[in-house]
Design a binder for this molecule. Structure first.
Ligand SMILES: C[C@H](NC(=O)[C@@H](N)CCCCN)C(=O)O
Length: 440
């Protein structure tokens, strides 16, 4: 009798798992790009559409309203439909939403597009997290989350460094919005590759099949521990101090530091893109993207570190702490903003790299989809409310000082929740603080 040796690209190999990871990361690149197109183009949209900052905030709020309505069911739908059907459904919705935004002739169509886009995009991110847990639980899970974060955020990085440029080069902000829709189509194609690989892996490895009888049970929520709830509270305060800030940060750097939206340079479109990327510290959207660039560089390393040493709750304490001085200094001084943006980028690595992989560790496996869905829905309460407050406060006061103090306050709240999480985790056996060597 001969024993078959698995080939180099067998679904049980690291190569297969990490190839799947690349495609599930690319799955959301389009939606990350389209999400921040609005913030990247804020200065142009305000001028061309004659809208105020509060309206920019409302476009982000529309995304979150739809997300809150559907994301919880997105997590549950994942449990019901399984990874392949759920990811296809949501990535098509993302594409549709981005097309409606790009084609919008009226303000209402713009809002409708953001609603459709939000319903698909946040559910897709929930599905992405659950797929990572499906393929990496008990293996290199935090590193996988870190790599996925880094690749997904490429979308944001490109949005901030190319959208104004596309609008400027083609003399139309609409072309920039169509570029976002095109990238969402690319993500649908990456989804198809994931579907083929996941179906094959499921057969060979006997992974649980789609929706293997999972029921939608609201009372399951009562079974989540206090550790889970502190992770959720930290998630909402932490992300409310990051995304709603970046939504209008390009406008703030333009407004307060006088940075231009693009670097004018002679040459073709690609020359302009290259020049602006390599001089990102000199444009308003480029400086905004420093938070993202710094986080992308360190995310996979931070994930690997979390896998080895654990200390998830402690890293969340540290990350939350960094937000406070960075936001305050941006608000009350005219100092060079770049160091503060790098510090925000460090926080934007530490907390997400420790936080998202903590969820499968504090809830039962059968409830992972629901747990991610619930957390994302609650997170979106903040992602909907704070862009509105940010825009409204700026319109009312004429400066970004008060909004920066508000973001520092959110950092402080997050710090308190991170300490409470550390304490709750000790009571629950220290699963979040343990590294791989301790958990075996
Ligand atoms: C993984 C995490 N994503 C989220 O928090 C999303 N719910 C919101 C993403 C908004 C689009 N960029 C992250 O990006 O850290």
């Amino acid at each position: 009798m001969t024993t078959a040796i698995p080939g180099a690209f067998h679904p049980s190999t690291r190569l297969y798992r990490f190839t799947i990871l690349i495609f599930i990361s690319l799955l959301v690149v389009g939606s990350y790009f389209a999400y921040d197109s609005i913030g990247a183009l804020a200065t142009t949209l305000i001028k061309e559409l004659h809208i105020d900052r509060a309206t920019i905030g409302k476009l982000y709020a529309a995304y979150s309203v739809a997300a809150i309505a559907i994301v919880f069911f997105g997590g549950m739908l994942y449990d019901k439909l399984g990874p392949r059907k759920a990811s296809l459904l949501f990535s098509c919705l993302v594409f549709l939403g981005a097309v409606v935004v790009a084609a919008a002739k009226t303000k209402w169509m713009l809002f409708t597009g953001r609603l459709i886009f939000g319903a698909g995009s946040e559910s897709l991110i929930v599905v992405q997290s659950a797929i990572i847990a499906r393929w990496f639980k008990g293996k290199e899970m935090a590193m996988a989350f870190g790599i996925a974060l880094a690749i997904s955020r490429l979308g944001t990085l490109f949005a901030f460094n190319t959208e104004e440029l596309i609008a400027d080069h083609f003399h139309s902000f609409r072309t920039a919005l169509w570029a976002a829709a095109l990238l969402c189509l690319f993500s649908v194609l990456c989804n198809l590759v994931f579907v083929v690989m996941d179906r094959h892996g499921e057969k060979v490895l006997s992974l649980p099949t789609a929706g293997a009888g999972d029921k939608i049970v609201f009372s399951d929520i009562k079974k989540f521990t206090s550790s889970y709830w502190f992770v959720v509270l930290l998630c909402v305060t932490f992300y409310s101090a990051i995304f709603p800030f970046t939504d209008l940060a390009a406008d703030m750097f333009h407004d307060k530091w006088g940075l231009p939206s693009v670097n004018a340079v002679a040459g073709g479109f690609l020359t302009k893109v290259f020049y602006n990327f390599t001089h990102m510290f000199t444009t308003a959207p480029g400086v905004t993207s420093i938070v993202i660039a710094a986080s992308m560089i360190f995310a996979p390393f931070a994930g690997g570190l979390v896998d080895r040493v654990g200390r998830r709750a402690s890293l969340m304490v540290l990350g939350s702490l960094l937000l406070i001085p960075a936001h305050l200094l941006l608000g009350i001084t005219h100092w060079n903003p770049i160091p503060m943006m790098v510090v925000l980028g460090a926080a934007f690595v530490l907390v997400p790299a420790a936080m998202w992989p903590s969820v499968p560790l504090v809830v039962e496996e059968s409830r992972v989809g629901t747990a991610f869905g619930l957390m994302t829905a609650i997170q979106n309460l903040g992602l909907g409310l704070f862009p509105l407050l940010n825009g409204w406060l700026r319109d009312k006061t004429g400066t970004y000082t008060s909004t920066q103090i508000m973001f520092a306050g959110l950092g402080l709240l997050g710090l308190i929740f991170a300490f409470l999480l550390l304490r709750a985790d000790k009571r629950h056996g220290g699963v979040l603080e343990a590294g791989s060597s301790l958990r075996g």
